[in-house]
Design a protein around this ligand. Structure first.
Ligand SMILES: NC(=O)c1ccc[n+]([C@@H]2O[C@H](COP(=O)([O-])OP(=O)(O)OC[C@H]3O[C@@H](n4cnc5c(N)ncnc54)[C@H](OP(=O)(O)O)[C@@H]3O)[C@@H](O)[C@H]2O)c1
Length: 227
């Protein structure tokens, strides 16, 4: 029987490629984002394979409600948390909103989704979170984002340790720059030349969500390409 995969942040530049990778290999996919229209597009692209739902994944209550709906469709074997976003700035210049927005969107969304998944998943399953090179290589101008994404790596390590005995693996991938439509509009050509195709990162995520990597848990795998 096909595995069930929950892809969170499924309509984004990376999330769409993750849905493509899991659908292509024959998994059933539950695609989640805030926008109904984005999720509906994915459903129409893969009728009978992708089902969609919407939730504000920064909200603990909304995440818990979402998972009560997911419970009716089954227990996922794979969960990928690709929700996130960037707002720049230095520590000294940051506003309270800069801080909470970055923490909620990048760390909170992963935290609440991991919590809900950990309460349900069974041996042989796996979770993949998305961090960022900013978490590992400090540079000025991405303060709250970098700290939140560092939290995503530590969350991954802690949860991997907690779930080791249950046979559930938890890993993270760590992109530098992804060749997304949004980055094509906003980044200079010099940086775009180093960007990695979303499909290349999705392939690593799909590999982590497979029996071929049954010995891998607690890892944060750089997917920097030529960056
Ligand atoms: N792009 C890069 O170069 C890059 C580099 C390093 C790491 N990353 C990380 O990789 C991940 C994917 O990046 P991306 O470029 O694909 O991002 P993206 O295109 O902005 O997509 C973000 C996804 O998350 C959803 N989302 C945003 N806020 C949400 C919320 N509050 N509740 C539920 N869903 C929400 C979006 O859909 P809705 O707006 O409809 O909710 C969308 O599906 C992120 O974690 C990002 O930080 C990206």
């Amino acid at each position: 029987m096909a595995d069930l995969a929950v892809i969170l942040g499924a309509t984004g530049g990376l999330g769409t490629a993750i849905v493509d990778a899991f659908a292509a290999r024959g998994d059933r996919v539950i695609a989640v984002a805030r926008s109904r229209s984005g999720v509906s597009q994915l459903q129409s692209r893969y009728p009978g394979v992708v089902s969609g739902d919407t939730a504000d994944l920064t909200s603990r209550l909304a995440v818990d409600d979402l998972w009560e709906r997911i419970d009716r469709l089954g227990v996922p074997r794979w969960v990928v948390s690709a929700t996130g976003g960037f707002r720049g700035g230095k520590v000294a210049d940051s506003t309270p909103d800069d801080f909470t927005f970055m923490m909620d969107l990048n760390l909170g969304s992963a935290w609440w989704s991991c919590r809900a998944a950990a309460r349900r998943m069974q041996a042989g399953g796996g979770i993949v979170n998305i961090s960022s090179r900013s978490a590992l290589a400090a540079e000025p101008g991405a303060a709250a984002y970098a700290v939140a994404k560092a939290g995503v790596i530590k969350l991954t390590e802690v949860l991997a340790a907690e779930l080791k005995a249950s046979g559930i693996r938890v890993n993270a991938v760590v992109p530098a720059i992804i060749d997304t439509p949004a980055n094509r509009q906003s980044l200079p050509e010099k940086l775009l030349q180093k960007a990695v195709a979303p499909a290349e990162i999705a392939a690593v995520i799909a590999y982590l969500c497979s029996d071929a990597t049954s010995a891998v848990s607690g890892a944060a795998i750089p997917v920097y390409g030529r960056y």
